[in-house]
Design a protein around this ligand. Structure first.
Ligand code: G6P
Length: 475
């Protein structure tokens, strides 16, 4: 195809587009895609004249490029086999468990790896068509780790950044991957690599040194006469935008309705997660069930809303998790609900932003208990919506967010007794103490919002000298 399509100076690539295609009764409908990546990048892209290259969420032919909310969206096609092998297989049944401390065992298949390479090549080729001469290309997440080197090969003129939204594993776990050298080589095609925490960037540098023999100095890696920088740059949310939604009188009215629907309990707790084994939902329910058993509190004085957004439902570990969670919720409700009051209201659904803002406002205690999480933007969303500086965030130490949100009620979710103690402390602390903590949490998110993060990432990407400059300087 001779390409007469427009090109862009700023292009991002992520496995998913910000909207998912769904065939509904009225034909094709587009829904917002799940997950933290889309939450963050959606706000970054609005107002920039850039293109977003990604999958439309359904197998089959790619729709033609189209515009949505001021963004130019360029769908990439995945066949049904590629959805199975590249997306469900290699991305979410090989890489996802390895990058999340092997909470469930990882599965290795050479066929999955072949599909991962093929799809990454397709993304690189699409980017090469969409990027203008000298453009900035920003690649996202673990599904596209080969894209930087593949793109550099076709288009050495563009500047390439990559950001990892999930943790980067310790070298001992990363080393299990039979294709580890290819993954490192793929990433080192970028000029700048961003990670959620310094620790993740160090893990990557260690893997480069120990497994592939690269020389590193400070936060840079020497690659065939170039230097690549790898640094920690924690992602955030659009504080001002979400806060103004939380101030909307309609949202506040809805928050009151939600509390009333529980009979205005003294303590309303909330959990909001994709239904993923990394999120520690079982540990949270165990702690909550034990607190009810111990008589620490009882419905209707207390209630828990658990939102579990459907995710990766054809991957075995996710099916097992769903069964376990639903069984546990059934047990807790069977044992502790009353005719009038439900102990856990479990919702296996996703909700729009306004409804989420109302739930965050309705909840006295937010339970964020992952066993491992790159960042956890739900924690940041909760504190943003606490416009009266009240409420309490119970936050796992194994989230990226814990690095910045040290004023939360930090806990180790494996330590069920410790988690119970933290929940009780959050409930029993004085309102003044909760306000003191919440003010500081809100300051932390306000002063480091997603625009600041994106600005820092793009500045760091521009600051890396170009190939030509490095060659001219004899680097
Ligand atoms: C996490 C990942 C994203 C992913 C999202 C939803 O936030 O970092 O890359 O898009 O989960 O998962 P899904 O598999 O539905 O895209």
């Amino acid at each position: 195809m001779s390409d007469t399509r427009p090109t862009y100076d700023f292009v991002i690539a992520a496995n998913r587009l910000p909207v998912d295609r769904a065939e509904g009764e009225n034909g094709t409908e587009w829904k917002r895609s799940p997950g933290g990546l889309v939450t963050a990048m959606d706000s970054v892209m609005r107002g920039r004249d850039g293109a977003w290259v990604g999958w439309s969420g359904e197998p089959g032919e790619a729709p033609e490029p189209f515009d949505d909310s001021g963004m130019h969206l360029h769908p990439v096609a995945l066949s049904a086999e590629e959805v199975r092998d590249y997306y469900e297989g290699f991305s979410n049944d090989t890489l996802w468990p390895i990058y999340h401390d092997v909470i469930v065992p990882a599965t290795f298949h050479r066929r999955w790896w072949a599909a991962y390479r093929t799809v990454n090549q397709r993304f690189a080729e699409e980017l090469a068509k969409v990027a203008a001469e000298g453009a900035t290309v920003w690649v996202h997440d673990y599904q596209l780790q080969l894209v930087p080197a593949m793109l550099r090969k076709i288009r050495p003129d563009v500047r390439i950044g990559w950001f990892n939204h999930i943790p980067f594993p310790p070298v001992e776990l990363f080393a299990q991957l039979p294709w580890r050298g290819h993954l490192i080589g793929g990433l080192l095609g970028a000029d700048f690599l961003g990670f959620q925490r310094e620790d993740d960037a160090w893990n990557f540098q260690r893997a480069c040194r120990q497994l592939e023999g690269y020389e590193t100095e400070g936060d840079t890696i020497r690659v065939e006469g170039r230097t690549v920088r790898a640094a920690g740059l924690p992602i955030s949310i659009d504080f001002a935008d979400l806060e103004s939604l939380a101030r909307d009188p309609e949202v506040q009215k809805r928050a009151e309705e939600i509390r009333e629907s529980f009979g205005n309990p003294q303590v309303l707790m909330l959990g909001v997660d994709r239904l993923d084994y990394t999120k520690g939902i079982r540990h949270r329910l165990k702690a909550y069930g034990e607190l009810l058993r111990d008589g620490e509190f009882t419905p209707p004085d207390v209630a828990l809303i658990q939102i579990a957004v459907p995710s990766r439902e054809r991957v075995e570990a996710y099916k097992t998790l769903k069964d376990e969670i639903e069984l546990t919720v059934g047990h807790i409700n069977g044992d502790y609900s009353t005719v009038e009051a439900t102990a856990v209201r479990y919702l296996h659904q996703s909700f729009d932003r306004a409804e989420m803002a109302a739930m965050y406002q309705a909840a006295d205690i937010m339970l964020v208990t992952p066993l491992r999480d790159g960042m956890n933007l739900v924690a940041k969303e909760y504190v943003t919506c606490r416009i009266h500086d009240d409420g309490a965030l119970v936050l796992s130490e194994f989230t990226g967010a814990a690095t910045e949100l040290g004023d939360a009620y930090i806990h180790n979710p494996h330590d069920i007794q410790g988690l119970k103690n933290r929940i009780v402390q959050a409930i029993k602390d004085s309102p003044e103490e909760r306000t003191r903590r919440m003010k500081r949490l809100r300051d932390a998110v306000r002063s480091h919002d997603v625009q600041k993060w994106a600005g820092e990432f793009l500045d760091a990407l521009q600051a890396v000298p170009s190939d030509e400059a490095q060659k001219a300087a004899g680097a």
